[in-house]
Design a protein around this ligand. Structure first.
Ligand code: SF4
Length: 320
């Protein structure tokens, strides 16, 4: 809403077709009380156990996200104490982020008879010849790692419970609508996310540093909202496009300022003390910058090689 009010609506979400297709696939995976899902889980995770014919599917309905999170925690404890298989369909988990509760909804969590809890993510991108797009699998692993962290808060207060750091990723097989699955180890993503969460500035501290009367009410004029958003420091990177509704607003601002962040975090890291595109071009052209600076030297070398290559093309000498 804020992005729309600012005049830079986020182009988030799937097309209606992709949404319907994704929902139909998820329903197929979870059909018959999750029999196929549990078969895939047991098959991929190995172990001696046979796939169960049935599993408990507790009712998780409750009023509001807080009520649903409390209901989920209770269902997890009851299922662990019962010592059987249980499938929690769209549970609600709570995790404190920057001092405020955030509510998360994994596709499913499976409780094993030995008290292990496994996160299941169901995606509609295909797994072709047992492998899927690495970027999409990476995003799913980061997402699942957050669920693992949230589950660990509940497991810490549940006797006999342990959260698995290997999650089950379920996708359509090749170009069909048949489900297949792969186990993804999220230990690294869990550790990174955990570290990032402890470093986040608390929302109250950010709010306290804002000028008196600052509001993000989408009903305000775009100018007022623009001033309010400006008051909060931001560090745009192209990665924001996949995760934040303000991405288009921040990208326009970063581009208007010629900030090198708009080229990506890795490029930003390579450019050392050069923070603007104009500064980078001036350094490459030999107009600015210390020649002893390795970044400036590398830019000048790259510019010289480019000029040489272009001269070769223009002079009819083929580039190698
Ligand atoms: S910098 Fe990125 S994460 Fe921060 S508000 Fe802008 S788009 Fe969102």
């Amino acid at each position: 809403m804020l992005a729309t009010a600012l005049g830079s609506p986020a182009a988030f979400g799937q097309s209606q077709f992709a949404f319907v297709r994704g929902n139909a696939f998820e329903a197929k995976v979870k059909a018959d009380g999750g029999t196929e899902l549990l078969r895939l889980l047991v098959e991929r995770l190995g172990g001696d156990a046979d796939a169960p014919a049935t599993a408990e599917v507790p009712d998780l309905t409750a009023a509001g996200p807080e009520g649903r999170a409390a209901r989920t925690a209770l269902a997890l404890r009851e299922a662990t104490a019962a010592g059987g298989w249980a499938l929690l369909d769209h549970p609600m988990l709570a995790l404190e982020v920057a001092g405020s509760p955030a509510y998360l909804e994994p596709d499913a969590v499976v409780v094993h008879p030995d008290g292990t809890w496994t996160v299941v993510e169901i995606k509609s991108f295909p797994m072709i010849d047992s492998s899927a797009d690495a970027a999409k699998v990476g995003a799913a692993a980061r997402q699942s790692a957050v669920y693992v962290l949230a589950l660990e808060r509940i497991a810490a207060k549940t006797e006999g419970a342990e959260v698995a750091h290997r999650v089950l990723l379920v996708c359509p097989k090749d170009f069909s609508n048949l489900p297949t699955a792969s186990v993804v180890d999220v230990r690294k993503q869990r550790a990174v996310t955990s570290r990032q969460l402890t470093r986040l500035t608390r929302v109250e501290d950010i709010a306290a540093a804002l000028p008196e009367g600052t509001t993000f009410d989408p009903g305000c004029s775009p100018e007022e909202l623009g001033t309010a958003v400006e008051a909060v420091p931001a560090a745009y990177a192209p990665e924001c496009l996949a995760a934040c509704e303000l991405a288009f607003h921040c990208r326009s601002k970063a581009r208007a300022e010629g900030a090198v962040e708009s080229l990506g975090r890795s490029v930003r890291g390579e450019l050392g003390g050069l923070t603007t595109v104009a500064g980078v071009l001036a350094a490459a052209a030999g107009k600015e910058g210390d020649p002893a600076d390795p970044t400036v030297a590398a830019l000048r070398r790259a510019a010289a090689l480019r000029a040489e290559a272009l001269a070769g093309v223009e002079g009819g000498v083929p580039c190698r």
